[in-house]
Design a protein around this ligand. Structure first.
Ligand code: PPS
Length: 298
């Protein structure tokens, strides 16, 4: 192998309307923006690593299949719920190609910030579930995910990553802008806004909220079953949900797992006292115009 071949090529992020995106996503953004959903389609949106995607996707899928685990284990989560800005390195098809092949109602995942969500979602009054997680735990989870995900640049030293996150210099942009925009739009757009911490505290209550939002009526026994099937432990062992199906070239889980820890408050094991104080001071400034009830401990 020549020196050149052995060099590690870092994936590139591109700035679009002030938001850093993976190069492939940036190239496909016009087509993504033009996507016309069906009014019966459901969008599950979140900032990366807010859990929104995987846990909520699994809950929604089970709710839509009346708790039938077999139906939900027939295909990987990325095939069951197309990821709007899906990279072809995870699947042989892009998110848009997968969507084209499926009949509505479809459950679609995205991490796109509010202003880049296809306008058809709002025009067609699609239901949207947004899941948010406190900034510090999201940052920790995202830091590890940068080691797993080979399509985004390596995170660099922890201290640098903390500052990059605070500046929004990471893939999918600023956490602060992301959560604020969906929070502010939640009433006007009929968005169900969920918190990871609430789901941890009382998953049964949150599953019921999702059921009500989707206008479903499901028996108590089935709801209990769904809560059990979507526990961290069960999802960690579920090959159709734990991303073990993604090739190592895209997701390398040899050192860190996608289903890593699944707790509230892991930030306390990572931030120094000084880092936490600096983060909190900056957070106050960035979030002073909104009052989103995030919890960093349960
Ligand atoms: S992604 O790649 O952005 O779509 O990832 P996402 O699913 O949003 O976030 C992954 C984090 O959510 C945790 N997770 C869970 N926690 C508790 N219970 C369940 N069922 C569950 N499913 C996923 C997952 O472990 C990641 O968090 P960390 O803190 O890294 O463990």
């Amino acid at each position: 192998m020549t020196d050149k071949q052995s060099e590690i090529v870092q994936p590139v992020l591109v700035r679009v309307n002030g938001v850093l995106l993976k190069e492939q996503t940036a190239q496909e953004l016009d087509a993504i923006s033009a996507f016309r959903p069906h009014p019966s389609d459901l969008l599950i949106a979140s900032y990366p690593k807010s859990e929104g995607t995987t846990w909520t996707q699994e809950i929604v899928d089970l709710l839509l299949h009346n708790g039938n685990v077999e139906s939900c284990r027939q295909a990987p989560i990325t095939t069951r719920n197309p990821f709007l800005e899906l990279s072809t390195k995870i699947s042989s098809q892009t998110g848009l190609e997968l969507l084209e092949e499926m009949d509505p109602p479809r459950v679609i995942k995205t991490h796109l910030p509010f202003q880049l969500v296809p306008v058809g979602i709002w025009e067609n009054k699609c239901k949207v579930i947004y899941v948010a997680r406190n900034a510090k735990d999201t940052l920790v989870s995202y830091y590890y995910f940068h080691h797993i995900n080979q399509m985004i640049p390596k995170p660099g030293p922890w201290e640098d990553f903390v500052h990059n996150f605070m500046r929004g210099e990471v893939a999918w942009g600023s956490w602060y802008d992301h959560v604020k925009a969906f929070w502010e739009a939640r009433q006007k757009r009929n968005i169900l806004f969920l918190f990871y911490e609430d789901m941890q505290e009382n998953p049964r209550r949150e599953v019921e909220r999702i059921m009500n939002y989707l206008d479903l009526s499901i028996s108590n026994d089935v709801l209990d079953h769904i809560v059990e099937q979507t526990s961290f432990k069960n999802m960690k062992d579920n090959p159709m949900a734990n991303y073990a199906f993604v090739p190592k070239e895209a997701f390398d889980q040899s050192t860190h797992k996608f289903m890593r820890k699944g707790v509230v408050g892991d930030w306390e094991n990572h931030f120094t006292t000084e880092q936490s104080a600096e983060f909190d001071k900056d957070y106050e400034k960035k979030m002073k115009d909104v009052n989103i009830p995030f919890r960093t401990r349960l």
